[in-house]
Design a protein around this ligand. Sequence first.
Ligand code: PA5
Length: 428
Amino acid sequence: MITLNTDSILRKNIGLNGLSQKTLDRFFEKNKKAIGKVFKNKKKLGFNFLELPDNSALVRQINAFAKAQAKHKWENIVVLGIGGSSLGLIALQDSILGPLHNLKAKPRLFVVDNIDPAYTDELLKTIKAEKTLFIVISKSGGTTEPMIQYSVIRELLEKKKLKLSKHLVFVTDPKKGLLRPIAKKEGITAFEVPDKVGGRFSVLSAVGLLPAALVGIDISALLRGAKKMRESIKKNNSVCNPAFQLASIQYLLDKRKGKAMTVLMPYSNYLFRVGDWYRQLLAESIGKNLRSGPTPINALGTTDQHSQLQLYSQGPNNKFFIFMRLNAHKSDLKTADNLPKDIGFLSKKKFSTVMDAAYSGTMQSLTKNKRPNLTLTLSKVNEETIGELFMLFEFQVALLGEFYRVDAFNQPGVELSKVITKQILSEK
Ligand code: PA5
């Protein structure tokens, strides 16, 4: 379960940097139709991320595939993909399996979302190709990064006389792109990224679900959580609708109070990489013209209290903060009664208690300094709550598209860089 506390964005608590309840109520009355519009317009706008949680046939297909792969006893799953084809999976890996998964369990999961030559080279020299399943994920099936990685991996598999159809799987557009014909010719299994789901909204399609299932994540529970959140957004016709609340506060703080940056600060290492996924979701979806696009910033509690907090507390008051905290951590530790007297108040304390106190201290200090902030509390981190979180943020961003009047589902601004890069490489 996810709950929201928005007290610290209110004018009565942070003065003129905050929003009055009246403003929020009025904005809701004027714009509540946007919720229905996001639900209704999904066909017209060309996206159907809202339908992904209903695809039980895909879940069955993926689970059957994962079960069949068990006989290979893969030591590694290596995913090649970038942007919307990797960030959701990385968030899933860290939140559900934990950031230390690769040290303690197999198959290990490596999401290679960059083309740093040394990193890729070192990885391929470290893992055994014989014991590895490579998944190439590219909706368009032609993106430079996964394609050049595919090239070296294919060569490696061929050199080692390993069967391509055993060691390679694709996730790509049902019809278009360069990977489809290769899959057909070589008998390589290829899952689909539904035509109308954009990359950064695709984590709940085969893009995230396939690798997740292969490393033991319960994908049915993930979709159940997403569905639960979608239904609660659908039926909540009040100013407290969670997605509307998040989107309207973010929009109004940007437009009326000059809070043009959004800092997402979880107090959990498990949730930290959700911030990378959210950063792309917000930036690529809403940053479309000179007047639209809060800049997303990632931070981690308590780590960044010792790095960013000075700026956040007393620097320019141009940021809106979203804290994330947990009611229950996966496990806990307790300090012994052996600390020096001066810090005796830390003795016999659970780490979770200290972390939560640090969150409260930071949250309250920002509130005292009149910095608008809200808190999302997750009952715990598991497949269901992460599914809820994905859907909440995706819907929030779809609503922001309505408020800023931009198409949240395209990214024309990244094309020029690709064209110039291609030109440079063609001339080499
Ligand atoms: O959100 C998006 O559409 C992009 O970030 C893409 O996911 C990214 O560019 C990778 O594209 P593709 O999956 O086609 O290789």
